[in-house]
Design a protein around this ligand. Sequence first.
Ligand code: HAM
Length: 418
Amino acid sequence: MYQAARGTSDILPGEQPYWRYVEQVITDITRLYGYQRIDTPIFEDTSLFRRSAGEYTDIVQKEMYTFDDRGGNSLTLKPEGTPAVCRAYIQHGLHNLPQPVKLYYISPIFRYDRPQAGRYRQHFQFGCEAIGDDDPALDAEVIDIAWRFYSGLGLKKISLYLNSIGCKECRPEYLSALKKYYAGHASSLCSDCKTRLEKNPLRLLDCKQPSCQPVADSAPRSADHLCARCLEHFTQLQKYLEILGIPFSVNPRLVRGLDYYTRTVFEIQPEEEGGQSTIGGGGRYDDLIEELGGKPTPAIGFATGIERIILNLKKQNVAIPEPPGLKALVAYLGERARDEAFKLTAGLRRAGISAVMTTGGKSLKAQLRQANSLGVPYAVIIGEDEVKAGTATLRYMADARQETLPIGELPARLRAIE
Ligand code: HAM
């Protein structure tokens, strides 16, 4: 028997109310903050993602779904949303619009990860990008969107972690301090960290191996090595977060898993979780657009995994709105009544009343059972007698009350009752 590919899942009808709910909150919040929707293709040139994330990141080294198409071009299924949005910004000359340009997306994302709860090979992200300004007010705005989004969904007890990893002016000095420090502890590092020391020293701080923790905890901190402008930016951002009333902790080990970040990086986690729990994260990427061939264009963004949000909504027993159900089930008895039932069902739908008709000539009892299991509040019953009289029987499923009325009056009657 075929199964959905490992790390992917079907979203069955019973799960859909969660997705619609999350999408509704996304629509509301992005409208409130003036972000416009952008959709980009599922796949892009492989080099776009390589150049963006960085050659020595897990995403590029281990997680991309890369394939050659029949024309021999190397394509990759989107392993994150930011590079595609930057590519679109450059390609369509969005720098000609008033800056910053504020965009959001809901997109499937593909990562060849080890599947476990909250970690999938296909997941969906909601992301926001504010492109074209380096004002720390925008950093605060993007964090505010994330924060209000989670609280708007009804999630409680979340924590915001913040750091600044500097810019191309001050980062080199910090990296050499970091390398120097780690070189003195090289013998106690795990094998991955030995490679990171060579290839991607910032990621040393992110190592999860217990043996590397004491070394990472006492490592030099990027926030202590910021140039004057980065320090000013970081201080201003913290001031704005205080104005917004968003609590945060500065985490000097927060570096994120993508190489394009500059200055601000942040993550949001539910309080009672461990490793796999980050529900959202982002940061500034002031050099990426230039790196991809555009003009120098500062930007900041964030993204959040929708599956992880839904896991947390369920864990925290957040009540979600019930989607409106069907209003009527049309039941019939006998051949002639069937045509009337068919006509009536079509008429109800044309009048804007959601309705289904039973099929297969079942007994009345079976048809009413179906109405119950669908949770339909009203059944309309048409039998031979009703066909002759031009009437139908309206049954209130809650208390089995019934009334008979001319068939033509049913749409108005059903619209009038709740
Ligand atoms: P990211 O931290 O790699 O950032 O992913 C964002 C969110 O996607 C994570 O916080 C998590 O909720 C979810 N996520 C990531 N991987 C998985 C997975 N395998 N299964 C389920 N959920 C997952 C980015 O992708 C950046 N593009 C964010 C950004 C936007 N930075 C600036 N702008």
